[in-house]
Design a protein around this ligand. Structure first.
Ligand code: F6P
Length: 320
């Protein structure tokens, strides 16, 4: 391993900068050269490649987003695009690449490896929807950001004695919703994985709570369930309680990373370089059962992940 490329791909996530910084500085400590591939696989195909030095990653550990920029790239899904990407790596002297992103980005890493480039994936997504790992870069910050926003909605919701539906991100996964549901003490949590969506039961719950004297009713709705605005209209019509929908959206992806995201992203970035230097390739870094580990990409992509039923049952019991 002589020259390591690093890229961020898919949706950005707070802490990605800390991971890039760790890759750059660890690689330099090993005596390697480092190249930043901008805008993910799409920048690779456009040869948007820059030299990175220890100083290039100064002053970024505290910043949200990714200073390498990111993108989703259709062309890299094709065998021609994948071969072209590997050839461009070779042209720039890049023998190894650290890919920071989600499952889709790891598919790309696997194809780069199949085309002769050493690759290591680092899990970066606010959604926490990567099966092989209990932690993904950005989730902690996103949950804290959403939690603070929901607290604010709750203040006004209580003052007006309203019902509030707050939709959080997560694509098809309900982890942000479940964590906010517990952290914000929501009355209901709607998850794509577990919620057997029964609007009548939801409406009955809202009416029963109001009869018991509750001044607010906070519903955390996962993006994967969606339809918050129409749901609010139906709930208001059925309950007679003013109901508002708030879709938090991209604010959840931004902001300065939490200490947890900075530290774990730093460790994972360093781990990725250690793995390359130890002769590994086509692997994904993960945090599993309290330890940093790595898995074969194919094996990692085949794993399934479920919402912890105990955590969900706790959320239900506390939401009274
Ligand atoms: O994967 C991160 C994420 O923010 C998801 O939670 C969401 O579904 C998606 O990306 C939004 O993507 P975009 O920024 O392209 O609208």
């Amino acid at each position: 391993v002589k020259t390591i490329g690093v890229l961020t791909s898919g949706g950005d996530a707070p802490g990605m900068n800390a991971a890039v910084r760790a890759v750059v500085r660890t690689a330099i400590a090993y005596g390697c050269q480092v190249k930043g591939i901008q805008k993910g696989y799409s920048g690779l195909l456009e040869e948007e490649i820059i030299d990175l030095y220890a100083g290039s990653v100064s002053d970024i550990i505290n910043r949200g987003g990714t200073f390498l920029y990111t993108a989703r790239c259709e062309e890299f899904r094709t065998p021609e695009g994948q071969k072209k990407g590997a050839d461009i790596c070779r042209k720039h002297g890049i023998d190894s690449v650290v890919v920071i992103g989600g499952d889709g980005s790891f598919q790309g890493a696997r194809q780069l490896a199949a085309n002769g480039i050493n690759t290591i994936g680092v899990p970066g997504t606010i959604d926490l929807d990567i099966a092989c790992t209990d932690y993904t870069i950005g989730f902690d910050t996103a949950v804290n950001t959403a939690m603070e926003a929901i607290d604010k909605v709750r203040d006004t919701s209580t003052s007006h004695e309203r019902c509030s539906i707050i939709e959080v991100m997560g694509r098809n996964a309900g982890y942000i919703a479940l964590w906010c549901g517990i952290a914000n003490g929501a009355e209901d949590i709607l998850l794509p994985e577990l919620y057997n969506y029964d609007e009548e039961a939801l409406i009955d719950h809202i009416i029963a709570n109001r009869r018991r004297g509750k001044k607010h009713h906070i519903i955390i709705n996962a993006e994967g369930v969606g339809h918050s605005t129409s749901m609010a209209k139906r709930i208001e019509a059925a309950t007679g309680i003013e109901t508002r929908a708030t879709i938090l959206g991209h604010l959840q992806r931004g902001g300065s990373p939490t200490a947890k995201d900075r530290v774990m992203a730093s460790v994972m970035g360093a781990y990725a370089v250690d793995a390359l230097m130890g002769g590994k390739s086509n692997r994904v870094v993960a945090y599993k059962d309290g330890k940093y580990v790595d898995y074969d990409i194919e094996e990692a992509l085949a794993m399934q992940k479920e919402i912890d039923p105990f955590q969900y049952s706790v959320a239900k019991i506390l939401a009274r």
